[in-house]
Design a protein around this ligand. Structure first.
Ligand SMILES: *[C@@H]1O[C@H](CO)[C@@H](O)[C@H](O)[C@H]1NC(C)=O
Ligand SMILES: *[C@@H]1O[C@H](CO)[C@@H](O)[C@H](O)[C@H]1NC(C)=O
Ligand SMILES: *[C@@H]1O[C@H](CO)[C@@H](O)[C@H](O)[C@H]1NC(C)=O
Length: 432
C-alpha cells in the first residue's frame, strides 16, 4: 500500500464515554474505557423557531494539493481570540486543543484555548445528543466528557464547555452566542500527519454542531454550505441567504444513513455512458481531501480511465509517490487544464421518487498535477483506508461548486459556482 496523504478528519466515528471525573484528574485517564458506537445518530430535530434570515460567511484558506487541507478562522472566548479550525461536514463536535491542562496536544498555530468555567452538565440535551445512541454515565453530573475518533485513527478526548463565539452576519450585525464546544486535552494524531491547526469545526447533522446550536437559539436556519475554489480558498457559510435555492439541484438526504450527509445511492457514468456501477452509497465529506470509491468501483473506474488514455502522450509514472496513480507527459504539466482533454467527464446520478439529479465530475474534480509535473488520479481505493461500503466525495470533487446541506428540509444541494469571490450581502446569488 502506498502512502497517501488524506485529510486528517476524514469521516468521523464518534465514540463517547459516560465517565465523569474532573477535567484534569489523572485518575480520569486510568479509568477511561473506550466503547465503540456504530449505530446511527438521529438527525437534528426541526423545531419551528423564530427564524431570523441571517447568514454568516467565512473565508476558507487551503487547497487539496499541495497543502492537503482547509482552514477557517473562528473567534472564540472572552475576550475573543482567533483559532484556525478544520471544517468537517463528516463530524458534529467542534473542539479546540485546550489547556485544561493539556495531557497531549499537537502543535498549534495559536496558544492553547483556556476553557471557560461554564461546564456543560452531564444531563444537558447537548451532552445526551453527543452520547447517542448510548447514554452518558454521569458520575459527575456537572461535567460532560466526550471522545471523538476519526477514520484515520486520530482522536480527541475532553469535556464540553460553553463559551462566546463572535460572528459577523451578512446583515451587518454582530452575533455573540454562547455555544458548546469541546475542550480537547488529549489528542492522538491519526495516520495522516497532524495538521498544524487549533481544532476541528464540526458541521455534521447532529445537535451539537455549531449550526444546529445557532438554529436552536433562533439565530439562523440550520443550513451549512461551502464553495471551494479550484484555485484554492473559497468560503463556508451558515444560514440560507447566500444562495438562490431555485438554481440549486436538490436531492433528499438519505434516511438510511443518518450520521452523515448522504444523498443516497448513485449510479456512475463515464463519458456520459453507464459503467454498470450502481447502488454506490455516497457521502459528502469536507474533512476528506480526496474522493474514495469502494474497491470494485475503483477497479472499474481505473480500468476505464486507463483504457482511454493515449499511450503516446501519457505513461504511468511509477516513480511519483504523490498519489497511487500518476501519469507522465513528454514535458511536465503545470495545471490540470493542460491534460483535461485526455480525460473523460464522470457523473453520479442520484434517483429518488423517479427524479434523477446529476452530480458532474469534470477532470478538474478528480485530477491534480503533482510537484513533479505529473497528473495524478485524486480518486482513491477506499478499502485501503478501511472504508467498506461507502463512497466518499472529498474536497477535490466539490471544487467550483456550491454544496449545501439543509438540515431542516433534509436536502443536499449543489450548483456550479464561482467560489473565488466571497458573497457579501443577502442579495448575493450564485454566479454561473
Ligand atoms: C489558516 O488560514 C489563515 C488565513 O485565514 C492562514 O494565515 C494560515 O496560514 C492558515 N493556517 C494553515 C495551517 O494553513
Ligand atoms: C466583524 O466586524 C467588526 C466590525 O466591522 C470587525 O472589527 C471584526 O474584525 C469582524 N470580525 C470578523 C470575525 O470578521
Ligand atoms: C483496494 O484495496 C484493497 C485493500 O488494500 C485491495 O485488496 C484491493 O485489491 C484494492 N483494489 C484495487 C482495485 O486496487
Amino acid at each position: 500500500m502506498k502512502r497517501v496523504k488524506v485529510g486528517l478528519w476524514l469521516w468521523a466515528l464518534v465514540l463517547f464515554m459516560g465517565l465523569c471525573t474532573t477535567i484534569s484528574s489523572a485518575a480520569f485517564l486510568e479509568n477511561r474505557h473506550r466503547r465503540k458506537s456504530t449505530h446511527p445518530v438521529p438527525g437534528t430535530s426541526s423545531f419551528e423557531l423564530n427564524r431570523v434570515g441571517s447568514s454568516v460567511v467565512f473565508p476558507i484558506h487551503g487547497n487539496v494539493y499541495p497543502i492537503g487541507f482547509y482552514n477557517v478562522t473562528l473567534n472564540i472566548g472572552q475576550p475573543p481570540k482567533p483559532y484556525f479550525l478544520d471544517p468537517d461536514t463528516g463530524s458534529d463536535l467542534t473542539w479546540l486543543q485546550c489547556d485544561a491542562p493539556c495531557v497531549q496536544c499537537t502543535e498549534t498555530p495559536h496558544p492553547l484555548y483556556r476553557p471557560s468555567n461554564d461546564l456543560v452538565g452531564c444531563r444537558d440535551p447537548l451532552c445526551i445528543a453527543l452520547h447517542l445512541p448510548g447514554t452518558p454515565k454521569c458520575d459527575n453530573p456537572e461535567q460532560c466528557d466526550y471522545e471523538v475518533e476519526y477514520a484515520d485513527g486520530g482522536s480527541s478526548l475532553g469535556v464540553l464547555v460553553k463559551d462566546a463565539f463572535y460572528f459577523n452576519s451578512t446583515k451587518g450585525d454582530q452575533l455573540k452566542p454562547r455555544l458548546a464546544l469541546g475542550c480537547g486535552y488529549d489528542q492522538v494524531p491519526g495516520s495522516s500527519h497532524p495538521l498544524p491547526l487549533d481544532g476541528v469545526l464540526g458541521l455534521g447533522r447532529g445537535k451539537t454542531s455549531i449550526v444546529s446550536q445557532l438554529h436552536s437559539q433562533g439565530l439562523m436556519r440550520n443550513v451549512v454550505g461551502h464553495c471551494l475554489s479550484g484555485r484554492g480558498g473559497g468560503f463556508l457559510f451558515f444560514g440560507d441567504n447566500v444562495y438562490d435555492s431555485s438554481r440549486v439541484d436538490w436531492t433528499p438526504m438519505s434516511s438510511d444513513y443518518l450520521k452523515h450527509y448522504s444523498p443516497g445511492s448513485a449510479e456512475l457514468r463515464f463519458d456520459g455512458k453507464p459503467t454498470g456501477l450502481k447502488n454506490l452509497l455516497t457521502v459528502f465529506d469536507s474533512g476528506s481531501s480526496y474522493t474514495y470509491l469502494t474497491s470494485q468501483a475503483y477497479q472499474t473506474l481505473t480500468f476505464l480511465i486507463k483504457r482511454e488514455l493515449p499511450r503516446k502522450v501519457l505513461r504511468e509514472a511509477t516513480d511519483d509517490q504523490t498519489l497511487p496513480l500518476c501519469w507522465k507527459g513528454k514535458r511536465p504539466f503545470k495545471r490540470v487544464s493542460d491534460v483535461r482533454k485526455y480525460f473523460k467527464p464522470l457523473a453520479l446520478d442520484f434517483t429518488t421518487g423517479g427524479k434523477t439529479k446529476t452530480y458532474e465530475l469534470p477532470p478538474e474534480a478528480y485530477l491534480i498535477v503533482s510537484s513533479k509535473g505529473n497528473v495524478c488520479l485524486g480518486i482513491l481505493n477506499g478499502s485501503e483506508i478501511g472504508l467498506q461500503n461507502s463512497n466518499i466525495i472529498g474536497d477535490i470533487s466539490m471544487q467550483d461548486k456550491m454544496v449545501i446541506y439543509d438540515n431542516e428540509k433534509q436536502m443536499i444541494g449543489w450548483a456550479s459556482a464561482n467560489c473565488d469571490k466571497l458573497p457579501k450581502t443577502s442579495s448575493f446569488s450564485i454566479g454561473w
